[in-house]
Design a protein around this ligand. Structure first.
Ligand code: MF3
Ligand code: CO
Ligand code: CO
Length: 241
């Protein structure tokens, strides 16, 4: 029988269960993404859905993060904290769901999508579709023996060829029974550099793509990362085996 993974079959089944639930949570929340909803309401719906399915919302209390999901609107690159803010027509919002199923040995599933709120502008469509395709290109580049720098290069060259930039300060990451572990998965890089991908590794790819320049800054809440130039930013994330 082919060796699929360094994980045992049971471990693989457990990790898939968390990943599937995180993904189903995004499908569920997509129905609620419309002008007028607050990010706090999104947080509450996600929190309830995960707990109803026996899961724990991983962001909650992670290094002091105060909510159960990240909601990142427009120029927010990542780690937006749900609150009183209301989604407006034309916004883009990334919802980043991470969960563990304690009954499934606590493996993490981590995935995110950027949604359109109402009617998007041309700019919003551009940065969002480039980010969506950047993730697909990254995933397509992954196979055993390929170097992480090859994956980063594939993502970066595509994004820059489309007039956008790749955020440097936040990266993909190894994931398993820990939320964030080795390796660091850069979304930029040079071919032939970086660690080799091995069969059985589990890690995320989650390129953050800015319409303007790549630099970010952190707001006074110590979490919210925004583009320095105020330009739009979009992100999609997938957990891979
Ligand atoms: N889900 C994010 C990631 O993709 C991490 C969020 S950490 C939090 O790695 F504390 F902000 F929730
Ligand atoms: Co992640
Ligand atoms: Co995430």
């Amino acid at each position: 029988m082919a060796r699929h993974s360094n994980l045992t079959h049971n471990e693989l089944v457990h990790m898939r269960a968390s990943c599937k639930l995180a993904s189903r949570t995004l499908e569920m929340i997509s129905e609620y993404i419309e002008p007028g909803i607050t990010t706090e309401k999104i947080n509450q719906i996600v929190d309830t859905f995960l707990r109803d399915h026996g899961a724990y919302p991983s962001p909650l209390n992670y290094r002091g993060f105060p909510k159960s999901v990240c909601t990142s609107i427009n120029d927010v690159v990542c780690h937006g904290i749900p609150g009183k803010q209301t989604l407006k027509n034309g916004d883009i919002v990334n919802v980043d769901v991470t969960c563990t199923l304690p009954a499934e040995n606590g493996y993490f599933g981590d995935t995110s999508v950027t949604f359109y709120v109402g009617e998007p502008s041309k700019e919003a469509i551009h940065v969002t579709e480039v980010a969506r395709q950047a993730l697909e290109i990254g995933i397509a580049a992954v196979k055993p023996g390929v170097r992480l720098g090859d994956v980063g290069y594939a993502i970066q060259s595509f994004v820059e060829a489309n007039g956008c930039s790749v955020v440097r300060e936040f990266t993909g990451h190894g994931i398993g029974r820990q939320f964030h572990t080795e390796p660091t998965v850069l979304h930029y890089g040079r071919p032939g550099t970086g660690a080799r991908i091995k069969r059985g590794m589990t890690f995320t790819i989650e390129p953050m793509v800015n319409l303007g320049s790549w630099e970010t800054r952190i707001l006074d809440d110590d979490w919210t990362a925004v583009t320095q130039d105020g330009s739009l930013s979009a992100q999609f994330e997938h957990t891979l085996l």
